[in-house]
Write a protein that binds this ligand. Sequence first.
Ligand code: AMP
Ligand code: ZN
Length: 468
Amino acid sequence: MKLYNTLTKKKEDFIPIKEGEVSMYVCGPTVYNLIHIGNARPMIVFDSARRYMEYKGYKVNFVSNFTDVDDKIIAKALEEGVPAEEVSQRYIAECKKDMAAMNVRPATVHPLATQEIPGMIEMIQTLIDKGFAYDVNGTVYFRTRKFDEYGKLSHKNLDDLRTGGRSLLVSGEDQKDDPLDFVLWKPKKEGEPAWKAPWSEGRPGWHIECSEMSKKYLGEEIDIHAGGEDLIFPHHENEIAQSECCNGKTFARYWMHNAFLNIDNRKMSKSLGNFFTVREIGEKYDLQVLRFFMLSAHYRSPLNFSADIMESSKSALNRIVTAVDNCKHVIETVAIEELTANEGEKLQEIKEYRSKFEEAMDDDLNTADAISAIFELVKFSNTEVSEKSSKAFAEAVKEEIVSLSDILGLLVDRRAETLDSEIEDLIAQRQAARKARDFARADEIRDELLAKGIVLEDTREGVKWKRA
Ligand code: AMP
Ligand code: ZN
């Protein structure tokens, strides 16, 4: 499998550090609002990458954080007159519902920045001890000049940045030795959440959060680090500087970045106010349509959102669902059970579509071409599966369409959705785990249900559930 590596600007063969295993870290959202469909792009893209790598037999350790301490969260909490934690917890829960509704599987671990402060303090201390960081009146800065490779990911000319940066200094930042030095720790302002540290009572900078969470859950050197392309500079550049200077190892081997989701050919963002939340789109469309739309373009190509494109995505996805339904109708109604010799030969033909699918995905996750391969298969199904077919033939074709779609997380066999009885069973298991005070298992089951699009609600009358 080849992946485009932002670090080398080349497509490279993917060779994991440990054979058969992949460690992958995806920068998650800052939780102060419902996520918008721009935020959904990395979620859908990298969930599909994970699914494909699992399909290829890798064991994927997939970590994605929630940034739950940040200026925007604090501002929102002040506005509402509630603790910051209440805001972040609320939007983490909402984000998980949106993920489930888009069939984005929960990560192996979803660490929270606020739960990992001691590890961050330790990393900052190591950086100070090694001379890569300095404390000015309680604010700790990273000394970018000391890291020779600073700029290697974003391929930026640092001297230009430095001269440009002088005039960009924000007030209070003039104590820095260099405009490119960035904050590792900052003292608290009145009313802000804060933790005790050797330099001041305060909170970590954004970049150090990911360096620490990646190290804790995946190790000092990982296979893939990913996120939206806006994170290349400064966020990922700074993560590399911190981690490599602290640990003395390559931080991540492959850097993957998705291009932006635009609207009217402008980047969709909260600050520009030109966004739709996943929730809003979910009111109009099955979110499978959104998933299909996101995967219909290569993840490194900009994607423009419009009502028209959602409508055409809806009908395209429907064509796959209808082909599956037709196969099911044939399975239920035809008399011939066994595959005929002619059908056996025909089935050899469909292997070609799977090869095309794999070839596309192996080429830097070209989901657009992978979807084209599914459509070729749909066309085959529409011409070859009929009331003259055997059950076995219709079944085999149906299975092929469903399984290729499934690798992309697209649910096209509508009746294969989780049965109510399975859900009840999992809920009973969760109750038993809770009773046994095995809360980790209970949470695991809740996440498993969430991944199936089932949201649990603990009420006084017991646990209730609904489809997200
Ligand atoms: P944020 O909450 O802004 O930190 O964003 C969370 C993730 O969503 C990051 O990986 C961003 O790069 C990504 N992201 C934000 N806006 C967009 C967009 N319009 N298109 C694609 N990715 C985006
Ligand atoms: Zn990050």
